[in-house]
Design a protein around this ligand. Sequence first.
Ligand SMILES: Cc1ncc(COP(=O)(O)O)c(C=O)c1O
Length: 455
Amino acid sequence: MAAQPTIEQEFNEAFKTSETQYRRAVEAIAGGVTHDVRHMKPFPLYIDTASGSRKWDVDGHELIDYVMGHGALLFGHSHGEIVDAVNQQMQRGTHYGAGHELEIEWGERIKHNVKSIDRVEFTSSGTEATLMAMRLARAYTGRDKILKFAGHFHGWHDYAVAGERFPIEKPVPGVPKAVLDTVVVAPVNDLDFVEQALSRGDIAGVILEPSGASWASIPFPDGHLKKIREMTEQHNTVLIFDEVITGFRWAPGGKQESEGIVPDLTTMAKIVAGGLPGGAVGGRRDIMDLLAFKDEPGWNADKKVGHPGTYNANPLSAVAGATCLQMAANPRVQRHAEEMALRLRKGFNKVLVDENVPGFVWGESSVFHIVLGETCENQTGDDIHIPQGVAPERLKGGSDAKYDHALYQGMLLNGVDLFHGGGLISSVHTAEDVDKTIEAFRATVVRMRDEGMFN
Ligand SMILES: Cc1ncc(COP(=O)(O)O)c(C=O)c1O
């Protein structure tokens, strides 16, 4: 009798067209992929089409999608209202090189949802939004340094990359040491460090993912956000909530609404632009006024911050964003996605305990993260918010590569596309989608176990 194929052998056979496209891609595209996170061994997946909670790959597999546009698609793929709005706008022009009503509406909808925002300004991505927020904080305070937290992701500009990966002291190729020296990286959960750094008086702004690093992979302990708000207020330091992922997902007003904390500035991207490219920074009027022009209210000759950007608030992103935010103002949207994620996290943890597979699944709101190969102290087969007794490096980095690859491939073979060893859930994922996903997870981890991967 022929030996059963391994997960990897079966994956290579079933996803052959993706492999062919990848071989072609590496000849045209540096590294073969267009975002580091899409790199996957032995080759990444190539998608043909997507709708709702589903994607279809180039080999014709139907997949329940948990990548959801890197978190941008709160309403799933190609939501009818967003598609109609963009199609109509397409006929009316894609770039006016001038003001237009849609950008005003987009700004108004952000203000409506996020109460801490008096004024908004648009960018083309989350990376640009955090760059602008840091610059505003420096201009406002007249100080040079930014404090960020180990493992928190704020995009890929030179100031954002400091301390994003562990070990945090590691130099970042291509980024001048002089730039990195202006970014102070606080170790995980070390508020004494933050207090000491702020008391030196040279920190312009504190930026953080309010969920904790990488969408709640290293969650903040209860009460930390509030303490950071108090400390920044005391030291006149600008507090920037990077709500690129949490914005409009944790609640219509983002994580700041669910925590009841008012930051000075908020950065947004992904959901804010309804799945099209775009970002925004918004916040307190006196800080945002640094963008004001001569003789306008708030104008300050010495502190004027410039703001170019060819695609800022282009009409397509503006109409997609405004349409999406109108829908996202209804808290039922976030509640449904959150309920689906809770069902999934509970279901996955139960599978791990039932099948005696080392691992744990955690998260909050509508996101989940998975580690296989080791467990946490509070694994009881139910939902987990903060895994106990696990190194932050593991929470941020996920499973060892061998487990990660097998999980990814096994889930694809069972009709599920995970993101980064986890995923994000939309308002159009159904309980049936989630239950199928739990069964796919069971089939995958049982097969990994039976292949001897956890021995
Ligand atoms: C919290 C956070 N900030 C900033 C960014 C950068 O956004 P973009 O990819 O639009 O540049 C991301 C992207 O994933 C993010 O998760």
